[in-house]
Ligand binder design. Structure first.
Ligand code: SAM
Length: 287
């Protein structure tokens, strides 16, 4: 397979095929081989592994992934790129699937391709315009990913890995903590992409594991989403509508907050995942 992670290759392919990078699809192609290497190392693949790649682009990650994995299933929304990839990366261990990764049923797709529960990783240089929904989809998919290694905008990486009390802390941070151990692999300057985006990026690794908290997932995330819907509100005010929906009165909300040792004026951004879990369980006692 040809070495596709170079500025000259990308420029040549675009010119030869009459392609232009589509900004609206987040097309910024990675042209740095060392970063590809770091992403691969962190995905920790072996000859049994299957990889779901979102947005293969011109194949910077796809070929190297196929050299280590049993099978790569790469979902690309851009018809022109999918056609180029099928030709350039024709390889028995690579399946290029054309479509919108956000809309697809990933389990069905993988099973159609022959996946039968082998170790599975998600590896992607994600398109910027749908980073958070794609990460949420990966976390909530119920698929047994052994690792999720993604390149995202630096700001999204900060949100994914934020701790309580910081300005970046929110639903995405809590979802990452609920489903996985997250860590920053490396910061990535904008100059390693063609065309260069306006922001820097970062590679984040998530190692999914069973949740460490006991509140039921659906209600826990209802509480978390309500708490962050209007960040400037106190937690008590932010949760009023939800508790009414659950058939609880204000006294029950106040009682649950008090039993969790939470001050009436506290804001949602101060609470840890464990505190959200405890609060959800206290609220559910009244339902
Ligand atoms: N993996 C390549 C690389 O590292 O050079 C390209 C990464 S580029 C940041 C994102 C890629 O995702 C583009 O090829 C774009 O066409 C594709 N893409 C955008 N939206 C998509 C979607 N909803 N489903 C699948 N692919 C998508």
């Amino acid at each position: 397979m040809e070495q596709v992670t170079s500025p000259s290759y990308v420029a040549r392919m675009m010119k030869e095929r009459g392609l232009a990078a589509k900004k609206g699809l987040g097309q910024n192609f990675l042209v740095d081989r060392n970063i590809v290497g770091r992403i691969l190392e962190n995905a920790a693949l072996d000859g049994e592994s299957w990889v779901l790649e979102i947005g293969p682009g011109l194949g910077a990650l796809t070929g190297p992934l196929a050299e280590r994995a049993a099978q790569v299933v790469a979902v690309e929304i851009d018809r022109e790129l999918a056609a180029v990839l099928r030709e350039v990366l024709a390889h028995p261990r690579i399946a290029i699937v054309e479509g919108d990764a956000l809309e697809m049923d990933w389990r069905e797709l993988l099973e159609d391709m022959g996946w039968r529960g082998q170790p599975l990783s998600l590896v992607a240089n994600l398109p910027y315009y749908i980073t958070s929904p794609l990460i949420m989809k990966a976390l909530e998919s119920g698929l047994p990913f052994t690792s999720i290694v993604v390149m995202v905008q630096k700001e999204v990486a900060e949100r994914m890995l934020a701790a309580p009390g910081s300005k970046d802390y929110g639903v995405l941070s809590l979802a990452v903590q609920y489903y996985a151990e997250g860590s920053l692999v490396m910061k990535v300057p904008r100059t390693v992409f063609l065309p260069a985006p306006k922001v820097d990026s970062a590679v984040v690794r998530l190692l999914p594991r069973p949740p460490k908290v006991s509140a039921p997932r659906k209600e826990l995330f209802q509480v978390i989403r309500a708490a962050f819907q209007q960040r400037r509100k106190t937690l008590r005010n932010a949760l009023k509508a939800l508790t009414v929906e659950w058939g609880l009165g204000l006294e029950q909300l106040d009682g649950a907050l008090a039993r969790c040792g939470l001050e009436p004026g506290v804001r949602g951004e101060r609470l840890s995942l464990e505190e959200y879990s405890q609060l959800t369980e206290e609220l559910l006692k009244g339902v």
